[in-house]
Design a protein around this ligand. Sequence first.
Ligand code: ATP
Length: 194
Amino acid sequence: MLKVGLTGGIGSGKTVVAGVFGVLGVPVFQADAEARAIMQSDEAVKAALEARFGASIYSGGILDRKAMAAIIFRDAEALRLVNGIVHPAVRAAFDRWALAQSGPYAIMEAALMAENGGWRRFDQVVVVACSEAERIRRVMARDGVTEEEVRARMSNQASEAERLAIAHHVVRNEGAELVIPQVLAIHEKLKAAP
Ligand code: ATP
């Protein structure tokens, strides 16, 4: 089975596009949701996070996500460390999950792929493209945050050009562009891929 990565900048519409693939019957693994679940349930990951950030990072067995976010936001080294602990566990979970799927291809949706070389693990990569201005508008509306907060999150992500450079397929999700016909065309290509 072909392994396909689906990525895009914050607010590009990855989750919307993944939903269309899902409607077509394509198995979709959501890496960011899996990462959150793993930080909550994987004992080895929990132990590694506690060893680095102190036992208080879990309160009553529940990850203190606010405290963690505050740490990794101001400390790039801590962010790298968390990713180094969590990403291998997510990759292993994806590989196990993929073995249990059927069909010509399966998708992993992940915000970070261009940034960390993660895209190399996929046979093909789909990038959801959208201008920065529109992505900022969407995230401000969706999350009720300021432009500065969106820009701060964007600063940990690759540029649109860097993402497009790893794309085998691009879905333009902006303005009058229709997503469903684009996804259908990519679906046909992926089904036919060797
Ligand atoms: P994140 O990386 O933050 O999880 P994402 O790439 O998964 O974002 P979505 O959550 O799918 O993006 O979309 C961001 C917001 O923009 C959502 O509120 C979604 O409903 C909206 N949105 C997505 N595509 C469009 C579109 N074509 N027109 C208008 N709104 C859209």
